[in-house]
Design a protein around this ligand. Structure first.
Ligand SMILES: *Cc1c(COP(=O)(O)O)cnc(C)c1O
Length: 374
């Protein structure tokens, strides 16, 4: 057997749409495919404005600029996340303040946020781990009472929702990822979702190198000039053309991923009852997108042995994250609020299983090998 951890899924229409973009002769950003993708995102997430970016990282960097952070300002986030969640804000001179996660969803523990707020706090960054929503009602309420921005790291959460509201579109801003390891892909790619006309107008400017080029093309201003800070965050049309093929299939992709996820979940119920592992927990009010299937093994040693045994039979499982508060840059650039016991524990115990479209054919065998390796 040779089962990779991830395998990018192509719908079959990507090259056809890229050929169309080529024939259209518009290869820079913001052509017709970009517009179609943005409109799809706005319709699917309810966000006031969706802007395609090179990556979720780029979307988070834009959000940090839009938040007008000053050096020393603080941003509350989990430590159990990808580096970009923190880096985007550190680039503006802000300090990430790491709080612990919940042991059920592994999302930021919303009960710990309020005590971490100081007079320098400007924003909260919930990360929807594995496409399972954070407790957004509580988080939005805290933000309202303390006048903070909520920037969702929804990198893993496309097509997932919290109490019926699509993730990424609930906070003031949200960033999605279309990296090839995510559900809907364009190789590298992402989007920033923005709620509120003032933020939306400025987001367009920041994305266009700090110019009002987008307003100029719409005929809203009569010259195109430098008006704000910014950079170049637009993907070209070839990327958007690829992405459009994926968006057309987004419902099917999600349904098939959920099928694989549910199969794993059923088969591991018995091992969970026997105390050998813990399965993911999805609260009833969260509709997830099967971004990830993970297991929590009893401890680090057993996880290491498990990954080794499976690698020997050709099944590639991976773990993540080294918590940001214990990474060298995190120690230098951030601070923690309280102890991060759950974060440290889960980081030692978690293992991610292969989950990609096409795995259906061999999933029964993969599951047998996994059960034998516990
Ligand atoms: C994948 C991921 C990112 C980064 O996405 P890119 O598109 O690769 O920049 C950020 N945050 C989380 C939680 C992620 O899983």
């Amino acid at each position: 057997m040779n089962i990779p951890f991830n395998k990018p899924y192509m719908t079959g229409k990507e090259l056809w749409y890229i050929a169309q973009a080529h024939a259209n002769g518009h290869l820079a950003g913001d052509g017709s495919f970009t517009k179609q993708c943005s409109r799809w995102l706005e319709a699917r997430t309810g966000a006031g404005k969706a802007l395609l970016t090179h990556s979720c990282t780029a979307g988070l960097e834009m959000a940090a600029m839009l938040a007008d952070l000053k050096p020393g300002d603080e941003v509350i986030m989990p430590s159990y996340t990808f580096v970009s969640t923190a880096n985007a804000f550190v680039l503006r001179g802000a300090v990430p303040v790491f709080v612990d996660i919940r042991s059920d969803t592994l999302n930021i523990d919303e009960r710990l946020i309020e005590a971490a707020i100081t007079e320098r706090t400007r924003a909260i960054v919930p990360v929807h781990y594995a496409g399972v929503g954070c407790e957004m009602d509580t988080i939005m309420d805290i933000a309202r009472r303390h006048d903070l921005l909520v920037i969702e790291d929804a990198a893993q959460a496309v097509m997932a929702s919290y109490k019926g509201r699509p993730l990424g579109g609930i906070g003031h801003m949200g960033a999605l990822s279309f990296h090839e390891t995510k559900n809907i892909i364009s190789g590298e790619g992402g989007a920033l979702l923005v709620n509120g006309p003032a933020l939306a107008e400025r987001a367009e400017i920041i994305r266009e190198k700090g110019t009002n080029r987008s307003q100029f093309f719409r005929g809203q201003v009569d010259k195109y000039t430098w008006v704000d800070i910014g950079s170049s965050y637009l993907p070209g049309e070839l990327i958007a053309a690829f992405l459009w093929a994926q968006m057309e299939e987004a419902d099917n992709i999600t349904r098939r991923r959920l099928g694989i996820w549910n199969m794993y979940h059923q088969w591991f119920a018995e091992a969970e009852n026997a105390g050998k592992l813990r399965r993911p927990i999805v609260p009833a009010h969260c509709a997830h997108n099967a971004h990830m299937y993970y297991l929590l093994l009893p401890d680090l040693d057993r996880r290491t042995a498990f990954i080794d045994r499976l690698r020997k039979v050709g099944i590639n499982c991976v773990f993540h994250y080294i918590p940001l508060h214990s990474a060298p840059a995190g120690q230098r650039l951030g601070r923690t609020h309280g102890d991060l016991k759950v974060t440290d524990e889960m980081s030692d115990r978690l293992v991610r299983l292969p989950l990609w479209l096409g795995l259906e054919d061999t999933q029964a065998e993969v599951i047998q090998q996994i059960l034998a390796s516990l």
